[in-house]
Design a protein around this ligand. Structure first.
Ligand code: ADP
Ligand code: ZN
Length: 207
């Protein structure tokens, strides 16, 4: 139903901007398991094939997870630098970098919005992936602000594990009411609008 719109921001459109030396912002948003990290890694790999200088960052939300890579649920990985804040990311930015990748954008502080604008203004292509909604379905800052300043937006969708429809929500299946609760299929499921229950719901059991 929606897939045909998912990747309509063609590389050709992006490339035509690059020829005039201008930078720009691409944002990839969707629920958990919707393929945001896969799409980010795909774009970063293509940039590297084109011999562009790439730097990738991921916010540290928990010291236990400050591993030096971004990873998709399907096993794709890419090296990345863990940083605590947008300011730390900027302090590590190298002038020659042409493409900046950021995963888990929702865990950055609001200063990332200004930082991303600055990077794009200085001629860099900035690609940010992140959750657009939290476990209650509320807009997850700073992603709404990043969507507002982006030239290109891609919305990815997962498959609802209850009914197979297009999923736009991350259903938390554990009891926590913390906004940030790190986990994958142990704590979250992709659900569609009809099957989403804002507060914790029993996980779907696959036979
Ligand atoms: P995100 O970064 O949006 O959480 P990933 O790129 O890490 O997503 O993972 C996407 C991959 O997750 C899919 O290609 C698929 O292999 C797997 N996956 C697991 N559960 C689902 C689901 N319910 N819907 C779609 N993909 C799923
Ligand atoms: Zn459903």
């Amino acid at each position: 139903m929606v897939e045909e719109f998912a990747f309509d921001n063609t590389e050709e459109r992006r490339k035509s901007r690059q020829t005039d030396g201008a930078g720009w912002v691409e944002v990839i948003v969707g629920s958990m398991f919707s393929g945001k990290s896969e799409e980010l890694i795909r774009r970063l790999r293509r940039a590297q094939i084109a011999r562009q200088k790439v730097q990738v960052f991921k916010p540290v939300i928990d010291d236990r997870y400050s591993i030096e890579q971004i990873a998709s649920h399907s096993g794709m990985t890419h090296v990345s630098k863990p940083v605590m804040t947008a300011a730390e990311m900027m302090s590590q930015m190298e002038d020659e970098t042409q493409v900046v990748g950021i995963d888990e954008g929702q865990f950055f502080d609001m200063a990332v919005v200004e930082a991303v604008n600055k990077l794009a203004n200085s001629g860099k292509r900035v690609i940010i992936a992140g959750l657009d909604q939290d476990y209650l379905g509320r807009p997850f800052e700073p992603m709404p602000q990043l969507l507002s300043i982006a030239e290109f937006i891609t919305k990815t969708h997962a498959i609802c594990v209850r009914c197979g429809n297009t999923a736009n929500y991350s259903q938390r299946t554990s009891d926590s009411t913390e906004r940030v609760e790190v986990g994958a299929s142990d704590k979250y499921e992709a659900r569609c609008r009809k099957c989403f229950v804002p507060y914790s719901d029993a996980p779907t059991v696959h036979e």
